[in-house]
Write a protein that binds this ligand. Sequence first.
Ligand code: ADP
Length: 529
Amino acid sequence: MSNIMLGVDIGTTSTKTVAFTLEGQVLAQHVVEYPLLCSTPGMAEQDPQLIYRAVLTSIAEAVKAANATCTGARRVVLVSFSAAMHSVIALDGNNNLLTNSITWADNRASEWSSRIRDEFNGNEIYRRTGTPIHPMSPLCKLMWLRHDQPDVFARAARFAGIKEYVFFRLFGSWQVDHSIASATGLFNLQELNWDKDALALLGISAAQLSEPVPATHHMKGLDAAIAAQLGLNPDTPFVIGANDGVLSNLGVNAIRPGQVAVTIGTSGAMRTVIDKPLTDPSGRTFCYALIEGHWVVGGPVNNGGNIFRWVRDELATAESAAARCAGVDPYDALTRIAERVPPGAAGLLFHPFMAGERAPLWNADLRGSFFGLALHHGKQHMIRAALEGVIFNLYSILPAIEDLIGPTKRMMATGGFARSALWRQMMADIFQREVVVPESVESSCLGAAVLGLYALDMAPSLDVISDMVGSTNRHLPIAANAAIYDRLRPIFMSLPGKLQQEYQALSEFQRQSALVQPSQPLQSLRSSH
Ligand code: ADP
C-alpha cells in the first residue's frame, strides 16, 4: 500500500480534495459545494467560515475514502493547496471578519478599475504587478471598498485572500504564497514583495497584508482536535501551494517553453510558463508566479463553456429536451447537430462576448452577436458557429502571448469542452497546432500535490509530473478545415475593435433599462483561471 498525497483546490463554487498515490494515481476525491452570495447587482461574495468548514470536510472525507490511516503504510504524507485567485476579506484587529470573501467574479469595482487605469497610471501598476487592471483584482476591490464602505475600510486591520484565511484558521499565522500574491495587483514581481506605490494608492501598509512566502512554504503542527477531525497526524506537512491557474498548467504538464495550456470549463484561459516575470506593454496578459524560475503568462476569458450552456438552455431548448427524453446528454446531441454542417458554419460567425470579456480586450461592455446570418442558415449553423466562436475568441489571446514569448507549439487542453471530439478538433484546426487532452481531470489538485512533493524534497523537480499525466486524445489540424478558418479568423478578430462605441452604447442601454439581469448568470461562475 502506497503513501498518499492530498491536493486541495479551494474554488469559487466548491472545494475539492483529491487523494493521490505518490505516483499520481487518483485514489479518492471529495467535493463540498458552497453558494455564491449575490444579493445586490455585481456582488459575488462567499462566506469564509463556510469555506473553511468545506476545506475540513473535503479533506476528512477524501482521507476516509482513500482508507488512509494516521500511521502505517497508507499514510497521508502531505497536503498541498490550490485556490482561486483575487479574493479579498477584511478583518479587524482581533481577526474578526468585517466582510465576506469578495471573489474574482464580483464586479462592483468596475468604475474604480476604469479610474485606476485612466487617472492613476494603471498601466504602470500593471507593469510592476502583472495583474491586469480589472474589477476582479484586489487592487481595484480595495479601492472600491475604501470609497464605498469607508467605515469597514477604516476598521480593517488586515486584508487577506481565502487561502490565507484558511491557513490562519489552521496554523494561526498570516502568510500568502507568491502565486496568490502576484494576482492581487499589489505585489511587485521583481522585488517579490508588496508594491509600495500600489499600497500608497490605497492608503494601506504592508503590515495589513500577509507575509509573502514561496509556494513551497509548508507548516506543521495542526491542533490535535483538528488533526483528529481530518484523520491526519498533527505533524502532516501542509504546503501553502499556489493559485489554481498556474497549478493547472503544472497539472497538465505544460511547464516547458512553447507549451500552452488551454482550459475551457465554464470560463476559459490560455497560459504558458516562462522563466522570468514578463508583462505586456498593451496590458493584454497577466503574469503570475509559480515557483522560482517558473512564471505563468496568459489570459482569461469569461466566455467558454457557459456559451454552450446558453445554447443548450436558450437557443436549442427543444433539441436539448428531446435529447434528455432519449437519455442522451444534450451537449452530445447538440454536438451531433453541429456536425451536420461543415467547418465555418457556411460563413456564420458568433462573437461569444455574452459576459463581457477579459483577455485580450479587457472590456466588460462587449456583447455577443451572430454576424453574417443569411437565409440559408439554420439552427445547426448557429450551434456550430457558437462552438467555433468560443475557440476563435480564445485564439485571439495567442498573438498577445506570442508577442511576449515567441512562437508556441503544442497545446494541452482541459475542461468540460474536451468531452466533445468535435470541439477538440475545432481547436486543433483553428489554432493549427497539435492539441493533446491529458487524462488528469483535476489538474489544479494534481498540480498542487506535485508542488507539495517538490516542496518537501520528495521530488527533484516539477518534471515528475510528466510521468503522472497520461494523454488520452490527440488531434492534429486537418488542412482543409484550417484553410477555411484561416479565411474567417481575420473577420472574427477585426470586428470587436470596430464596434467599441456601439458595444458601449448598447451595454449602457441594457444596464439602464434593466433588460438583462447581472451580466454573468451566477450559476455559471466557476473558476478564476
Ligand atoms: P467548470 O469550469 O465549472 O469546472 P467544466 O470544466 O465541467 O466546468 O465545464 C463545463 C462546460 O463543459 C459546460 O458548460 C459545457 O459547455 C461543457 N461540456 C460539458 N459536457 C460537454 C460535452 N459532452 N460536450 C461538449 N461540451 C461539454
